[in-house]
Design a protein around this ligand. Structure first.
Ligand code: 13P
Length: 251
């Protein structure tokens, strides 16, 4: 069975002391019998201290980005090896903010995903359509291409390590989450694409999580859907009470 994954993407928020404060607040509340796997994804600057603070908690650490190159003269970038060495298990690739603000295309996203895998990290591949694309009826085409290009040529052991995050761009930071049935519809489509790319056995094990204005109020409905295997939470993951309530909503 797929273990539900609840990940908090803090984006460019929280200093190191603020990150540690949040981890302390969360550790105190987390129920060890929760069915969810919890992942925190702070800024690069907080990763090292966060790893120390998370030791023994069962909460995993992730990074928001990595370089497509493995080492060397690449000013300003952070490598997969470096992330692994500070205790990261997961790394986001292809978040829509990276695609939009830093012109990351499917080819670069694919390179990053391969680099992450070769460093022993578990990539969380983000896909999703903009409002214009949805209104033009292109949602499936866009997501199909992002999956095809992002995941092309992966071996069975590699694809097993990938989490897919469906994050409709129009739902990110807007307070307008996808309705549970609307999200389920796309998650089912994504699973179908994984089945045709990699076969039934593998695709049934891949977790497909939803992101975009997830809150304690809407998470029970979203997480109850058969193909929604967790949530990638932005704004609400910055507050321990809100994030805890989302973790607690995992059925
Ligand atoms: P919000 O939850 O703030 O909409 O952000 C979603 C997101 O982008 C998570 O990666």
């Amino acid at each position: 069975m797929r273990k539900p994954l609840i990940a908090g993407n803090w984006k460019m928020n929280k200093t190191v002391p603020e990150s540690l404060e949040m981890i302390r607040a969360l550790r105190g509340r987390l129920d060890p019998s929760s069915p969810a796997e919890v992942v925190l994804i702070p800024s690069f600057t907080a990763l090292f201290s966060a790893a120390e603070a998370l030791r023994g908690s069962g909460i995993h650490l992730g990074a928001q980005n990595l370089s497509h190159l493995s080492q060397g003269a690449v000013t300003g970038e952070v490598s997969g090896t470096q992330l692994k060495s500070v205790g990261c298990r997961y790394v986001l690739v292809g978040h829509s903010e990276r695609r939009q603000l830093f012109q990351e295309d499917d080819a670069l996203v694919h390179q990053k995903l391969k680099t992450a895998l070769s460093e022993g990290l578990y990539p969380i591949l983000c896909v999703g359509e903009t409002l214009e694309q949805r209104e033009a009826g292109q949602t499936r085409d866009i997501i199909g291409t992002q999956l095809q290009e992002g995941l092309k040529g992966l071996t069975p052991p590699e694809i097993r390590k990938v989490v897919v995050a469906y994050e409709p761009v129009w739902a990110i930071g807007t307070g307008k989450n996808a309705q549970p049935e609307q999200a389920q519809d796309i998650h089912e489509f994504i699973r179908g694409r994984l089945v045709s790319q990699f076969g039934e056995d593998t695709a049934q094990d891949n977790r497909i999580v939803y992101g975009g204005s997830v809150t304690p109020e809407n998470s029970p409905g979203l997480l109850a859907q058969p193909d929604i295997d967790g949530a990638l939470v932005g704004g609400a993951s910055l507050d321990a009470d809100l994030f805890y309530a989302i973790i607690d909503a995992v059925p």
